[in-house]
Write a protein that binds this ligand. Sequence first.
Ligand SMILES: Nc1c(C(=O)O)ncn1[C@@H]1O[C@H](COP(=O)(O)O)[C@@H](O)[C@H]1O
Length: 175
Amino acid sequence: MGAAVGIVMGSDSDWPVMKDAADVLGEFDVEVEVDVVSAHRMPTEMIDYGREAAGRGLRVIVAGAGGAAHLPGMLAAVTPLPVIGVPVPLQHLDGMDSLLSIVQMPAGVPVATVSIGGARNAGLLAARILASGTDDDAARLREQMVTFQEGLRQVAREKGARLRAQRSSRVGFGA
Ligand SMILES: Nc1c(C(=O)O)ncn1[C@@H]1O[C@H](COP(=O)(O)O)[C@@H](O)[C@H]1O
């Protein structure tokens, strides 16, 4: 089977952030494709990518960009697929510029925006979208997601236990 999720970014300089989306989807055995597609620097290829994505078998697009981040919104304008936008922090403005560029979409053109640098959550959201289907693969993904959530719960419980143990071992004033 071909890739179910397309992970694209405005530049290869976004990869250290965007890699987290590919990694977590790998943990869920979801096939991905990765590429650089820039709305600003290669507008015609970007439009082609968005227009052809569904026909090529992709089911979700994760798009990351920094600064004036038009890529996720422009892809959402030309594809019927769900688009998840990842604001990539650059040296200036800490990613707030990118966050606002991605999140403030006009009515009718939704982009599911994650936090600044939140590519791992973007990958997890893509997995959840795939898991909402009615096919066998969706059922497998749902099961895997429940196991993953159980792992999170376990880690949080251990954090609480550590904190409680730390406090109970302290004696004296201010403990
Ligand atoms: N925001 C966009 C778009 C776009 O939205 O089309 N294309 C490139 N970029 C961003 O420019 C930043 C700097 O890129 P370079 O490192 O290549 O100079 C990257 O974060 C990229 O996502």
